[in-house]
Design a protein around this ligand. Sequence first.
Ligand SMILES: Cc1ncc(COP(=O)(O)O)c(C=O)c1O
Length: 386
Amino acid sequence: MNSNLIYLDNAATTLMDPEVAKAIQTSAKEYYGNASSLHSVGTMAHEILDQARARLASLIGARPDEIVFTGSGTEANNLALKGVAFANAQRGRHIIVSVIEHDCILKAARWLERQGFSVTYLPVDHNGLVDIQALEKAFSDKTILVSVMHVNNEIGTIEPVKEIGELCRERNIYFHSDACQSFGKIPLNAASLNADLLTINAHKLHGPKGVGALFIKSGVNVEPLLHGGGQEKGIRSSTENIPGILGFVMAAEIACREMDSEVRRVTAMHEYILHTLKGSIDGVYFNGSLSTRVPHNINFCIEGMEGEGIRLQLLLDEAGVCVSTGSACSSNDGGNPSHVLQAIGLDPFQARGGIRLSLGRFTTQKEIDRFLEIISEKVKQLNPIF
Ligand SMILES: Cc1ncc(COP(=O)(O)O)c(C=O)c1O
């Protein structure tokens, strides 16, 4: 691995904290038991799992029995949407989600439409904030679930989830929030957000990939998607990934412990980047709310150069800088323009040209200074394409 690499794509995934990697390695040797086995090796694994569940629960103000470990954020989001839909279909078959959700929510919602549910897709304003009036209009006596993410993965906007949760609670409608991009970055508490379900995962906060969790408030009915050995109170059958779960909990504890100082450090970095980019790149404009946002994310376009977004990403990559573009937050989507940038009012052409920088706990000021030098050079090689 090139040690001069500057990794600014922490919203896609993060470098695993070396302390966490070490703990995973040790626990894979020590706690290899199946937590469902009745012998001593299994019992030890079970005890470790119980402790990990309690530690994770306490970080989000939940009870241990309200945490279901999953294999990813994607799985937790699918379980929330489909599980609530199927368990509560007798009450109604209407679901509300925002248009800027991650694909794992949007595609699960579209799949539910094919199973006979109806879905309302809530618009957002130019800052990416969900339209509360549209939500109030969308509610019907058939609505069983609202899902709005806490922080958007492309533009970093923090959604008014507390208010949305309150509106749902008044109407006895379940509220789910995808908190993959907020957990460990800003405070997350299930009760204060009025959330009935919350999705979190490990690899966005310097933990391992392939581990997530769904908070399910006590009393909320969820139909399992995986049937088998009955693990996780029967809601998610599969032998639990104890080393991965321990790594998740450890990474989450570190992130939550360091949150305040990290927010201060990253906010200063964010302001510095904005100020420097404005001074060095003609026509730069920033996407997402300037105030209601996490400081870890910066999404920008260059006026007249939007068609060169992917080329800029490649030029940066050649120079050892990793960033995302508005069309390739996922390289699996065939280079479609970002649905999030279009939802905040950019046209499809502009929405291809967004560059996303996302900062993490290991991003240093030295890296940022070097990145800013590199980008001001690379931008000179771009040609306007209209
Ligand atoms: C907001 C959001 N939700 C869900 C996911 C999916 O999580 P995972 O990669 O753990 O499946 C991601 C990660 O890309 C995300 O950013």
